[in-house]
Design a protein around this ligand. Structure first.
Ligand code: PY5
Length: 305
């Protein structure tokens, strides 16, 4: 059984395998205990070049995730960067993509001693459009709290950590919302199920700081720089739940979500309920950046062809 997502080849431990052969055994440790780390990266086709957005930074975060869990990996960052580009070439992609490097602990006996298990490395890339179909979304504040840094190393992007995100997402969807905002264990605003969050109040952008327990998002970090170019001040700090409801504008930022306006939280209208001017401006600037139209940020783009 396979699913056709528009790719022909997957990279596995240095070799290309056919899409339908990219399977794992039922005794794969990662399936049992969530012992996998991954990345989500986008590549953009601008008509004559395919640009991978901040490839180096994503691979660096992947290596940090590997390190935080002590997985061990046979490949250096530069080798993974080259492999990702090779995967896109092998598939002859000339379209917008989502790239998913996946590093998992492989087949082994029952038990938690992962030290002797092989680290399997996969690079999956598929044609990809929007994560959210709607232009603006409605979210709820989840009844689930974001995993704490005292429970797991939350800066690591780990498959197992995402059961937390899945619970929040499901709760939101089952109640008729598009997604959820998770608070941290102190009750401060943390992030979305798979996105960072930014608010606009009186012309200033506010976003929860790293110490709020967020994933150190690469989109968030990029937008902080881009916003400064537009003369917008960005403040990273602890954020109260009530600040969500009185924000002028609110939006999610992330690789999959890109910049997604939030129009309602818990049924309360944000601003005037339409996409605000700051959100609109940042979206336009970000689109130019990822398509290679801004000289200053060409350094963030890795050309494939
Ligand atoms: N916070 C969480 C919990 C995330 O999963 C993500 C990314 C982000 C923030 C944003 O980080 P970045 O800007 O570096 O992407 N989530 C993945 C993504 O590809 C997976 C979503 C299902 O966007």
């Amino acid at each position: 059984m396979s699913v056709n997502l528009g790719a022909r080849y997957v990279w596995h431990n240095g070799e290309f395998i056919a899409w339908d052969d990219a399977r794992v055994h039922v005794m794969t440790n990662a399936l049992h205990y969530g012992t996998g780390v991954f990345e989500g990266i986008r590549a953009y086709w601008n008509g004559d070049q395919l640009y991978v957005f901040r490839l180096r930074e994503h691979v660096a975060r992947l290596m940090n995730s590997v390190k935080l869990y002590g997985f061990g990996i046979e490949y250096a960052a530069d080798e993974l960067i080259a492999a990702i580009k090779e995967t896109l070439k092998k598939n002859e992609f000339r379209t917008d993509l989502y790239i998913r490097p996946l590093v998992i602990k492989g087949v082994g006996p029952i038990g938690l001693d992962i030290r002797k298990l092989k680290t399997e490395v996969y690079i999956i890339a598929i044609p990809y459009g929007k994560y959210f179909e709607k232009e603006g979304i409605e979210v709820m504040v989840s009844s689930w709290r974001r995993l704490s840094g005292q429970t797991v190393p939350i800066l690591a992007k780990v498959t197992g950590h995402y059961t937390n995100s899945v619970l929040a997402k499901l709760e939101a969807l089952n109640r008729g919302f598009d997604d959820a905002i998770l608070l941290n264990e102190q009750g401060k605003v943390c992030e979305g199920s798979g996105e960072n969050i930014m608010a606009v109040k009186d012309g200033i952008i506010i976003t929860p700081s790293i110490s709020s327990g967020i994933l150190d998002g690469i989109t968030r970090k990029s937008l902080i720089e881009v916003a400064a170019d537009a003369g917008l001040r960005v403040v990273e700090r602890e954020m109260e739940r009530s600040e969500l409801y009185v924000a002028d504008e609110l939006f999610f930022v992330g690789t999959a979500a890109e910049i997604t306006p939030i129009l309602k939280v818990d049924g309360r209208t944000i601003g005037d309920g339409s996409v605000g001017p700051v959100t609109r401006k940042l979206k336009a600037m970000f689109t130019d950046v990822v398509k290679g139209k801004v000289e200053k940020y060409r350094k963030w783009l890795e050309p494939v062809w």
